[in-house]
Design a protein around this ligand. Structure first.
Ligand code: NAG
Length: 735
């Protein structure tokens, strides 16, 4: 067995194996560790490339089989081949009957024990939980069955944009509350922006005289309508009289989606944006460029999508890039594809009308294989035409670089050469074109994510890099510093265009903060129990916008439960369910309730004593006074997720708990307390009472999900994961 590239491997038959005769069946047995046999991660679409008698390669053929075997040692079902994988329903598909039972009972099951609270307790509950909500005593419920009538003058006075109003009201209309002549009056008043009024704040009064919404901007209005939509009883369209005064905990409430590894449709994204808006999330981090695919049409660089958006069996990679992630040998599958410029503009506009900012990302300088192969093909074509100058314009690698390296995902050719001007020319071109699409869509590009993660020792043996070190005007004297130099240079390139640079925390932490724009954003994806909290604190102390993306609790490509039938990677968690996200305490990173056990399941001790340099400046240690995290973000990487349905399964209902934690600070969140020594939350700060409060709140939340939210997801056609009755988890939380 030999590696062709990344995770594409080849088995070449020996003489002993012989060839194939027509119709012949041969069995190839794989033996692997248990984790490799997780049913859902098994790569489908093995294919055969045979040669004819003259040694000419024949068209590839998929090897298909639906055979299920029982592993003799473990008794587990092993299903190595997934039928028609792209449209396949999830492996762990529950029936519609399960869904009905769940939605009706709304009872939470944990380890086979039912835990439930009275429905009355959740009658007026709202997700995400508002800051204050007061029921108006003695005022009867308001019926919206006749629809609503806008007090148009009040909207005109407040200068609210008509598109924003319509997008918000469409949500009410969808549940059967249209605008009508004689509906309940809805009026709007501008909330004067007093000090510290957070963006997104709103006040809502529902009384017999009508509904009054106060906000200082469209997002507040939109959130007020989202709250009404959520509170209306979908059976009789009534809403209880109440007052809500609400504002978000964090200004950044994000969801990240990787459409590069496996492409996901525009419709899936639009549906996601609808749900994000319903739960008041406001940032879509769209990961469109990585090793396995480039997913956005770029003016003037057609190769990026002609070649880089398709994987197929073309060893020369001149028409497509090589198969990866079980994609099979053919172009014509849904894991291939890209958004046209028009698609992307639609996506931005759809997001914008829902108060969501789109943050595009093309991962660089590592994770760039699709771009590199596309630009290599361009180079070869232009060279063949004799146009050397044009050929070199956007070249991304040094042809004489002999560096041997391997990325985490086993690529040895996925890193841009950061010493070549043509690389910066390419990056500038891409950013400029993406920015133009944002301008056209009416949502200017204000944040761009560089990626900057997992850059593997490339370019060390590149003659161009050696020349660069010898002659550059930037003062870079050590080859080890050219990686950070790339991030700093691109970050400043963005800043000059008025765009905030963002990146993953590993790459960001290698830069010199003094060389970075002061408003840079870092997404902290370090494993908390492996000292990730130190990195998080450091990024806050740099003064950067710091977004928590910690894998143990926010990577939605991990399985919900430790079960071979659950999809996903598990390098930082084997069971990441909605309760874990609900229990997250983002304000107190080292110490977070029960999920902050280390990967082996032991409570861990955090030690974040301040370190100072010779000038007395704190270089690491706890967050300094007055600073804080800026938000949290859920991550959906898609290596193992090949269909839109599977992606929805992984996102929902976890996204709802992400929204809850991003919006609302729970009473039981332990404040960050650095006591000058080793910090062990589970024994010191999280009191029995707090733990009990957390458990009670979770029961309420789980019932709320079951009684209210899952039914709404059903209505919206979202393929959420039906909660399982009893998890297969032993006392250590591992399989
Ligand atoms: C990390 C990679 C990402 C990959 C993911 C899978 C980051 C910032 N980088 O190794 O490319 O898809 O894990 O869980 O997460």
């Amino acid at each position: 067995i030999e590696r062709v590239k990344g995770d594409l491997h080849r088995l070449t038959p020996t003489d002993k194996f012989g060839g194939f005769k027509a119709g012949q069946v041969k069995t190839v047995r794989f033996r692997g560790e248990l984790w490799q046999l997780s049913e859902t991660d098994f790569m489908p679409n093995y294919y055969i490339v045979a040669k004819d008698a003259n040694g000419i390669e024949l068209a590839p053929q998929i090897i298909s089989s639906t055979r299920v075997e029982i592993d003799a040692d473990t008794g587990m079902e092993v299903r190595p081949y997934v039928e028609a994988f792209v449209d396949a329903k999830r492996q762990y598909q529950r029936t519609d009957k399960d869904k009905l039972v769940w939605a009706k009972s709304g009872v939470l099951f944990e380890q086979n024990k039912a835990v439930s609270v009275a429905p009355a307790l959740i009658e007026n509950s709202l997700l995400p939980t508002p800051q204050t909500q007061v029921l108006l005593e003695n005022v009867k419920a308001v019926s919206l069955s006749q629809g609503i009538t806008l007090d148009t003058q009040s909207f005109t006075d407040a200068k609210l944009n008509a598109d924003d109003i319509q997008a918000a009201l469409a949500r009410l209309e969808r549940i059967g509350v249209p605008q009508s002549e004689n509906g309940v009056k809805v009026s709007f008043a501008a909330l004067s922006p007093v000090d510290n009024l957070k963006a997104g704040s709103y006040q809502l009064t529902v009384a017999d005289s009508g509904i009054v919404i106060k906000a200082s901007e469209p997002s507040g209005f939109s959130y007020a309508i989202a709250s009404i939509t959520s509170l209306v009883d979908v059976n009789d369209l009534t809403i209880n009289a109440m007052k809500i005064d609400d504002s978000p905990r964090y200004q950044y409430r994000g969801m990240h989606v990787d459409v590069s590894r496996n492409f996901h449709s525009k419709q899936f994204l639009l549906d996601l944006l609808d749900q994000m808006a319903a739960y008041k999330l406001n940032k879509l981090h769209l990961h469109m460029g990585d090793d396995e695919g480039w997913r956005l049409e770029i003016n003037g660089l057609p190769e990026l999508t002609d070649i880089g958006s398709n994987r197929c069996h073309d060893i020369t990679e001149s028409s497509c890039i090589l198969p990866q992630l079980g994609s099979g040998p053919f172009v014509d599958t849904k894991v291939n594809g890209y958004y046209t410029k028009a698609d992307y503009i639609d996506i931005i506009q759809y997001a914008d009308a829902r108060q969501i900012q789109v943050i595009p990302s093309m991962d660089m300088p590592g994770h760039s294989r699709a771009a590199i192969k596309s630009m290599d093909a361009r180079y070869r074509n232009l060279m063949a035409k004799g146009d050397e100058q044009a050929a070199k314009e956007f070249l991304l690698t040094d042809p004489n670089d002999t560096t041997q390296y391997s990325s985490v995902q086993y690529y040895d050719d996925n890193t841009l050469n950061v010493c070549m001007e043509s690389t910066y020319h390419f990056v500038d071109k891409v950013i400029t074109e993406i920015a133009a699409l944002h301008t056209q869509a009416g949502q200017p590009l204000t944040t761009y994510h560089i990626g900057a993660d997992e850059t593997a020792g490339a370019w060390l043996e590149s003659p161009i890099c050696h020349d660069f070190i010898a002659n550059n005007q930037y003062g870079v004297t050590d080859i080890k510093l050219v990686g950070p130099y790339f991030i700093e240079r691109v970050a400043n390139m963005l800043a000059e265009k008025g765009i905030q640079p963002a990146g993953w925390s590993d790459g960001m932490s290698h830069t010199n903060p003094d060389n970075m724009p002061s408003n840079s954003q870092s997404n902290v994806w370090d494993v908390v129990s492996h000292k990730g909290y130190q990195r998080a604190h450091q990024q806050v102390n740099n003064g950067w916008t710091t977004i928590l993306s910690n894998p143990e609790v926010l990577y939605f490509d991990f399985p919900y439960e430790a079960d071979p039938k659950e999809h996903g990677y598990y390098w930082a968690s084997r069971g990441l369910n909605s309760k874990h996200i609900f229990s997250f305490m983002p304000g107190n990173l080292p110490a977070n309730a029960e999920q902050w056990l280390d990967i082996e399941g032991n409570p861990f001790e955090a030690d974040d004593r301040p370190q100072v340099d010779e000038n007395g400046k704190q270089t690491s240690g706890p967050i300094v006074a007055g600073k804080t995290f800026d938000g949290i973000q859920g991550q959906l990487w898609s290596e193992t997720l090949r269909s839109d349905q599977t992606v929805e399964y992984m996102i929902y209902p976890r996204l709802l708990m992400l929204a809850e934690r991003a919006w609302n600070k729970p009473e039981w969140e332990v404040p960050y307390q650095y006591d000058g020594a080793v910090y062990n939350q589970s024994t010191q700060h999280f009191s029995v009472q707090m733990r009990q409060q957390q458990a009670t709140d979770w029961q309420k939340m789980a019932n709320h999900l079951g009684h209210k939210e899952l039914a709404k997801l059903d209505k919206a056609g979202i393929e959420y994961r039906v909660p399982t009755v009893g998890a297969i988890i032993d006392d250590k939380g591992v399989l």
